[in-house]
Design a protein around this ligand. Structure first.
Ligand code: CTP
Ligand code: MG
Length: 391
């Protein structure tokens, strides 16, 4: 199965929103609306590439986005109408991507679950979109503000009842279906207002549940609502890590990223820093990213005598890349000897600096094993860690 590309449309003029800044550059919690949108796709594990379609006047400031978001494969200039922007964007979709999600940049509160829902349905059926049933009655109104007609919310057709629904983005398609649809559509018969409209005649489009929070920033009054949704949203996850190493003669003892004076050190392929290994696994675990051995295989000579602080730094960079921030990490070291208590402040300081956080988010406790088991017999040292992440 080929890759998946998100086509993010940011080339509109935002006329209904008005103002000089442009709606996609409005800050929400200090971050532009467009950046919120890009983050949703950058941090989604099933998205391989992003093609960003921008307005000509915005193009000078978009390279900054490319630096910030590694998945952006290209930035292209949009067209006068939304469908023209999609066309230009489609040309830039990497050929290895078999799936395309077309998304309005103005829907900055798109959730990871919604992206997955649309993508999975699209992979199954070739075309899918999220939709909500309409709570309001819809009417045609003339320029004098007189109601001319009411649109029935339900309709009998083919002996079935059809419901009226309001559709959102992202809309997901097999890349070849979407390309063919845009080639064949007769744009002279009127402007399509979404992508499914272009595809409908060619291929059935499946509906999945939309998300009421996935609002489109259209009018100035939408901004407060978007802000409330974005700033309230957030996900917290917890991960667990465990590591153990046997004592060995003629080895330095490295724990928590610092060297501790001791007659023996710990045996291992790397520097055998059980504390940093447990922390790395806890962080990777919380982010759903397997474990330290998968990231840095000990069969790879590159990691022989590896500095575990450097491995932690690299793992943490990958976790952060997915949008996670550290809430805290808590560690217990199980060691009969040496006495670790005096070294705890230095370990916390060192780990906090590797994780680029404050030392009070990195807690370390040490305990003996009351002379029981392999730890009690001073055969080795074990360490457990719990990490909490938020994004
Ligand atoms: N869009 C685009 N190219 C266009 C028109 C729209 O890429 N020629 C994008 C917009 O940037 C937006 C999405 O399509 O993210 C949905 O369009 P809409 O909400 O209508 O935004 P604007 O067209 O910018 O706003 P308005 O219609 O009020 O001018
Ligand atoms: Mg528009």
């Amino acid at each position: 199965m080929g890759g998946t590309c998100a086509l993010v449309l940011a080339a509109g003029k935002g006329e209904r929103f008005g103002g000089a800044t442009g709606k996609l550059w409005q800050p929400v919690g200090g971050i532009p609306v467009l950046v919120w949108t890009l983050r949703a796709f950058q941090t989604h594990p099933e998205i391989d590439h992003i093609v960003l379609v921008g307005q000509e006047t915005d193009l000078p400031r978009l390279p900054q986005m490319v630096r910030e978001f590694s998945k952006i494969a290209s930035v292209v200039q949009g067209g006068r109408e939304r469908w023209e922007s999609v066309r230009f964007g489609l040309e830039a979709v990497p050929p290895q991507d078999d799936w395309v999600l077309v998304h309005d940049a103005a829907r900055a509160a798109v959730s990871a679950q919604l992206i997955s829902r649309v993508l999975h349905a699209a992979r199954e059926t070739g075309a899918a979109l999220p939709a909500l049933s309409l709570p309001d009655t819809v009417k045609w109104v003339d320029p004098e503000n007189i109601v001319r007609e009411t649109i029935p919310r339900e309709r009998r057709a083919n002996g079935e009842t059809w419901r009226m629904m309001a559709v959102q983005t992202p809309q997901g398609f097999a890349a070849n279906v979407l390309r063919r649809a845009y080639e064949q559509y007769d744009f002279s018969k009127g402007t399509p207002t979404d992508d499914a409209m272009v595809v409908e005649a060619l291929h059935p489009v499946t509906v999945v549940p939309g998300d009421p929070q996935n609002i489109k920033l259209t009018y100035p009054e939408d901004l407060a609502r978007l802000e409330a949704i974005l700033l309230a949203a957030g996900e917290t996850r917890t991960g667990f890590g465990y590591d153990v190493h046997p004592f060995a003669e003629r080895r330095r003892l490295v724990l928590g990223g610092i060297e501790i004076p001791a007659p023996r050190g710990l045996a291992g392929h790397s520097d055998a820093d059980a504390v940093l290994h447990a922390i790395t696994d806890a962080l990777l675990g919380a982010a759903g990213m397997d474990d330290i051995g998968t990231l840095f295989p000990d069969t790879d000579p590159a990691y022989r005598h590896a500095d575990s602080a450097e491995l932690l730094r690299q793992a943490w960079a990958q976790v952060r890349e997915r949008g996670w921030n550290l809430v805290n990490v808590d560690v217990t070291v199980l060691a009969e000897t040496p006495r670790l208590r005096p070294h705890v402040p230095a370990m916390r300081q060192r780990i906090a600096s590797v994780l680029q956080t404050e030392p009070d988010r990195v807690n370390i406790k040490a305990t003996t094993n009351e002379r029981m088991g392999f730890i009690g017999r001073e055969e080795g040292i074990a360490c457990v860690a719990v990490a909490t992440l938020r994004r």
